[in-house]
Design a protein around this ligand. Structure first.
Ligand code: 8YV
Length: 321
């Protein structure tokens, strides 16, 4: 007799590729709380049978939800960051957590460069100037700043950070990075502290992990070290930057410009940032291309199915303790 399918709780309505959805349905009985009249009751009804939870880097998976599902064995998350999941709590209960690394490196690195170029060359304000018919010989658009040859500092030289660094070669940039530890396998110079890196760099790109360990790593002293000509680019997590200090530094001209894909309380973006012309804003879309999202969702499904078939996810988040 065929074994009954394991039960999977899909936390929200992911735009899974058609084929991925079909593969998932073949392997699991899927609980979709958003389809139920009472989402909470749907989870409650199936709480004992749910063994796999589909989550995302942007969907909160707190200890309370984990504890609600007594037979949960795997949390498969789409996205590389997992600061939205209480991973320590899950791992303490023997629950495997997986993410979708690598497949998004290129697109996130491309977005970092879009923000570098966009801020330095004033792309959005220039676009607004043309659209609003301000372009005339009497009212020329102000000069912007050269990117080629500048000093680029990268905070967090992981896989995404490295993809950003590799793209810098075409821009003939000097490059340094700051990590918890220096890496022996890269040609770039290591900065022992973030303050040292920010004082040296013209452009500082944040590609570090989120979570408590990096909260407000970029604070007023770091912003002041980057200085009035400096550019800050964040494709990591909003929590890495003290957003109020950032808005103030930009307003007071102590920082040159900022390119931001992530914010402290998404989707809320402070009005102080929206009102500034030297800020380029994106709605957390660095990985959001057709190709990369397809690869991320396929890898999410691969992880869930691997767990159902072998008892092991593919991209296991290593033990945090
Ligand atoms: C989001 C991200 O995960 O990978 C990450 O850590 O922040 C993004 O790629 C994506 O929006 C998936 O929900």
């Amino acid at each position: 007799m065929a074994q009954p399918k394991p039960t999977l709780l899909q936390q929200f309505n992911f735009p899974l590729p058609e084929q991925g959805q079909a593969r998932l349905e073949q392997a699991f009985t899927i609980i979709r709380p958003w389809e139920a009249a009472d989402a909470d009751a749907a989870i409650q009804q199936h709480r004992d049978s749910i063994t796999v939870l589909l989550s995302s880097a942007l969907t909160s998976t707190p200890a309370e939800l984990i504890d609600r599902l007594p037979n949960l064995r795997a949390i498969c998350s789409v996205g590389v960051g997992y600061d939205s999941i209480d991973v320590l709590h899950a791992q303490g209960k023997g629950i495997q957590v997986s993410n979708t690394p690598d497949v998004l490196n290129d697109c996130v690195a491309d977005m970092a460069w879009a923000l570098i170029l966009g801020t330095a060359r004033n792309i959005a304000p220039a676009d607004r100037y043309v659209r609003s018919s301000q372009w005339s010989m009497q009212n020329m658009f102000p000069l912007s700043n050269k990117v080629t040859g500048k000093k680029l500092g990268i905070v967090g030289l992981g896989r995404v950070g490295q993809a950003i660094a590799e793209r810098a070669a075409g821009f003939k940039m000097q490059l340094r990075y700051h990590n918890r530890k220096a890496r022996g396998d890269v040609p770039w110079e290591y900065a022992g502290s973030l303050l040292e890196l920010a004082s040296w760099a013209d452009i500082l790109v944040l590609a570090t992990v989120g979570g408590a360990a990096t909260r407000h790593l970029v604070d007023r002293p770091v912003l002041d070290a980057l200085g009035p000509q400096g550019i800050l680019v964040n494709i990591a997590r909003g929590s890495v930057v003290d957003e109020a200090a950032l808005a103030l530094a930009l307003q007071e001209g102590r920082l040159g410009a900022a390119g931001l894909d992530v914010f402290e309380a998404e989707p809320h973006v402070p009005d102080a940032l929206k009102s500034l012309d030297n800020v380029l804003l994106q709605p957390h879309v660095a990985s959001a291309t057709v190709e990369t999202r397809r690869d991320m969702f396929n890898l999410l499904v691969d992880n869930a199915i691997a767990f159902a078939q072998t008892g092991k996810v593919i991209n296991l988040v290593p033990p945090l303790r």
